[in-house]
Design a binder for this molecule. Sequence first.
Ligand SMILES: [Zn+2]
Length: 400
Amino acid sequence: MLLRPAITLTMTGPPLAGAAVRVSGNRVTGVGAGLSPSAGEEVIDLPDCVLLPGLINTHCHLDYTGFKGAIFPGLPFSEWVRRINALKRGLTVSDWLAAIARGFQLLMNSGCTTVVNIESFPEALPLLPRPPLRTWWCVEMIDARSRGPADEALTMALEFFRRARGWPGGGGLSPHAPYTASVWLYRRALRVAQREGLLLATHVAESVEEQEMFLHGQGAMFDFFKNIGRNMDDCGQGSALSHLLEDGLLDERSLVAHLNYLQEYDYQLLKKTPLPVTHCPRCHAYFGHARFPYERLREAGCRVSLGTDSLASNDRLDLRAELREFRREYPDVSAGECLRMVTTVPAEQIGKAGELGVIVSGALADLVALPLPMDSDPYQAVICSRDEPVFFMVDGKCHK
Ligand SMILES: [Zn+2]
């Protein structure tokens, strides 16, 4: 198949005008101005369109797609957690499956072809159909009350990954956060992830209350977890991130969401182990967090990609809206650099550098075309776009 867009964003060099892109099977097999169709080859003309690698969302909870507008913004973080737990208790398995399917549709409508999805309902895993997007299913693990649910989640996750072996994407484990997952659980998750080649994804240093709990052993989150019987011996002992890094509970492949509230010594530790980080700009704004420390993380050597988080703390699952919010926070970061935060950077973070997030020979054929004004910077035009893709391909299969 030969695609002929007006402009191609390879993400490895400058935008190409008038180039064609050849797809054979599930791979890109040629990019350039000199390509012409061979006999019988299907040709798709995409005039007035920019062709780009499908966008990669490194932090999403598709389970919560039905919760749009259910929790009013402005609540303290621990109260938000209480509300979402109550909402989750009211869901049936068919609600979860419908939420996941709807979430996929919203991602596709905005040009996303790969998602790292945190899955908090392991009982739904056996019922999941093959996903339309390349999906890393990161099964959430929590042992704040007892070890039973985390053991069960791990068993179901490993069974599910065997069944899903032929699906586009991969598997992952997600010890939820340092306040809900013990040192024992993080260690176990990391060991299994390393052994099985799984992604490890977690939430760290998201809220002021989490910071209060670990730094000072006080605050609403501290009180909540103390009341439910969590062992609080790790509180008042320094930041959560320093516990995780000093105890070797994360490695340089562990994908960490948020890192909104860090101490000076955290940055020194990150210099030794520069973690892959996901920033969720619109969720960040929803909670009214302090400014995200993008420059400090970059100085420490961390690569930062973007995620949407879920519709329980966002009103859309559209990485272009996240890019627009990020540009409001950081107007000095160029449009091209911003677009790399949803293409090449996340591809590297999930171990797919050169295969995803780029249009080069040998890359996986995950491609989208957006109708765009041709008189503007194409990177900026992608960020400003609100249209659905006119062409959408995952793993060499056209969905549009
Ligand atoms: Zn999250």
